[in-house]
Design a protein around this ligand. Sequence first.
Ligand SMILES: [Mg+2]
Length: 378
Amino acid sequence: MKITAVHVENLLLDYDEPFVIASSALTSGPCNLVRVETDEGLVGLGEACAGFEFTGDTLWTVQDVINEYLGPAIVGKDPSRIEEIVRIWDRELWAVGNQAAKGGVEMALWDLLGKATGRPLFDLIGGRTRDALTEVVAFGWDEPEALATKTRAMRAEGVTIFKIKVGDVPEKDEQRVAAVREAAGRDARITVDANQGWWDAKTAVRAIKLLDPYGIEFVEQPVRMDDLDGARWVRERVDVPIALDESVRGPREALACVKAGACDMFVVKLMKTGGILNALKVNAIGEAAGVTIMMGNMGESSLGLAAHLHVNMALANAVHADADVPGRPGGLKRDIAAGLTTELRDGVSVVKVSDDPGIGVTLDQEAVAAQRVARPWQ
Ligand SMILES: [Mg+2]
């Protein structure tokens, strides 16, 4: 089988409400839909979701990099030779950065490999260690009363894990976490994510000590992404495990975090690592060092989310999952793909991926067409 074309379409996916975190406030999310076509008629699907404050990528840089560089370099190649293709990008094009573009195309190659072999993605990377993941709902910055209302509604739906965006003035963070804990009950699980928002390491320690009495499982990214000394300083002074997200872009950054003793967990996203192969390498570094991982996401549609959740299901070291799904508060107004499902197990909402070949999603072509965008200056 040979790759005959790599296509990319640009979409903006509307959120059902603005999603505010320490480093951004968005009403819609960028989405580059990637299709890798082959001479045997199979088409692989991938999704790039540019996270500007994470990697510097934008909707338009992803399109340009795929059209000008990553796509033409692999036309005529065997799509199942994924390691070789990634090496072509790294060592023949010397393509620096542009992780979202690489991640979106690489995702489509795994989808193709699954479709060609008739196996779901998780089977291609070791087989699944879990058959479902506990659903998570993530809340951006909002008024405490509004968070409490949303929490009660989601508890009634069986949601048991709440991820709260913090990194604001610590006292405001405390009010939000207190409101969610009060509404969620003692048996709910709560995690927090500061997204580099606290001013410095001392403020981070003060904030985490304010939040700790409400029972938080871990805190993400308490300091700036390059401040690994600061992360270690915080980690040594609080009991709550420290997860690093923005700091962990690929295997080299993961190794630096381990050497610095900076964290207890890596948050791994395919848009930071530039694909699944590098995500597996980050996981291996973590597992060898006693650092667990959690597959996160950038707010993708069910296509990109499903790819992340396949990886989360396969890796035994991925003990936490950012298993949020479109359709919840703060989620997408209109998903472009179907394939993820939720169900209640003993009253707890869990998320499942499809057993169909590849990533196992089907596109909603009307939803794609409705959210397609053109460059404003062309
Ligand atoms: Mg995060």
